[in-house]
Design a protein. Sequence first.
Length: 83
Amino acid sequence: MYFNYILKLSTGEFYKGFTGALDKRLKEHLNGKVGSTKNKLPFKLIHVELSNTRTEARGLEKFFKSGYGREIIKEIAENLPGW
């Protein structure tokens, strides 16, 4: 099982990724061990989706990084309470 996740960073940018161990990966982000997010803390976890295979997870990550995928992320973020 793999987790696709989206973080909203302190800069307003979105970080898209996937992992097999979500708790561990989020701790790495929080502890500044991920180069692309360490200078953009704090962040909010705004979305998680499950994938059965690594191939599926990689495909979904690529989708979220595409033009249409970024539009979907904006909609997800806009529909969260308190945004």
